[in-house]
Design a protein around this ligand. Structure first.
Ligand SMILES: Cc1ncc(CNC=O)c(N)n1
Length: 223
């Protein structure tokens, strides 16, 4: 019997844009964590810059929550997005504690260009004119890149230094993986009903997320 399931839209895009996706999830920064050759200065740059990014990510997630409330056909979406917001509070606390541990003073950290560009991109996604379908697709991609990247650092054969394992587990843990799958299911459900224009826009912005993620990692290793 023909039991083959149709590929979802996000799966289609992941396959079509595999090279760029791999560029984002197997970036040299991540590879050096995985093989324990990481330069600690790079790690500290990433840590300091990502704290600033996450602060800007909170209002973005809030904007997706508002879009879900206005536009979603499924009440379950709100709970999933709200769960993501709740874990961001814990994440901000964690970033502050890690900064202290690594001797970083957030008041002295200046956002770098790749970070500024990415935060500006987030702001464009917050516009009330931006469709829920497009915003939730970008949201999923942003989370999925971190999940795949850090899960790889904890996977079989990884030599991740013990002092970085907690960081990797933050996004590489199974619960975060399931949360990403929930976001992906929402995105796929919406994309099924989207117009041609919305589909095109969501695909373009999915690619923009991947490009920003690559630039963000590269910024960390360049410093
Ligand atoms: C640059 C970047 N992309 C994705 C994430 C993961 N989302 C929330 O933490 C992150 N922290 N930073």
């Amino acid at each position: 019997m023909d039991e083959e399931k149709m590929m979802s839209m996000t799966e289609t895009w992941l396959k079509k844009h595999r090279l760029l996706y791999t560029g984002a999830t197997r970036n040299p920064f991540i590879l050096t964590i995985h093989d324990a050759t990481i330069n600690i200065a790079s790690f500290k740059t990433w840590l300091a810059q990502d704290y600033l990014f996450v602060r800007a990510f909170v209002p973005f997630v809030a904007s997706v929550l508002i879009k879900a409330w206005k536009e979603s056909d499924d009440n379950g979406d709100i709970e999933i997005i709200l769960g993501g917001m709740a874990s961001l509070q814990d994440e901000i606390t964690w970033f502050k504690r890690e900064a202290t541990n690594w001797g970083i003073s957030h008041s002295e950290v200046v956002p770098q260009q790749a970070n500024i560009n990415y935060c500006r991109f987030l702001e464009s996604l917050m516009s009330p004119e931006m469709e829920y379908t497009v915003a939730i697709t970008a949201f999923w991609a942003i989370e999925a890149v971190y999940q795949e990247s850090f899960a790889y650092c904890l996977g079989e054969g990884s030599k991740t230094p013990p002092e970085l394992k907690e960081t990797c587990a933050r996004w590489g843990n199974e619960g975060f993986g399931m949360y990403c799958q929930s976001l992906q299911r929402i995105a796929d459900r919406r994309l099924l009903k989207a117009s041609e224009d919305e589909l095109k826009k969501a695909e373009v912005l999915f690619l923009s997320v991947l490009e920003h993620e690559v630039e963000f990692w590269n910024m960390s290793t360049a410093a």
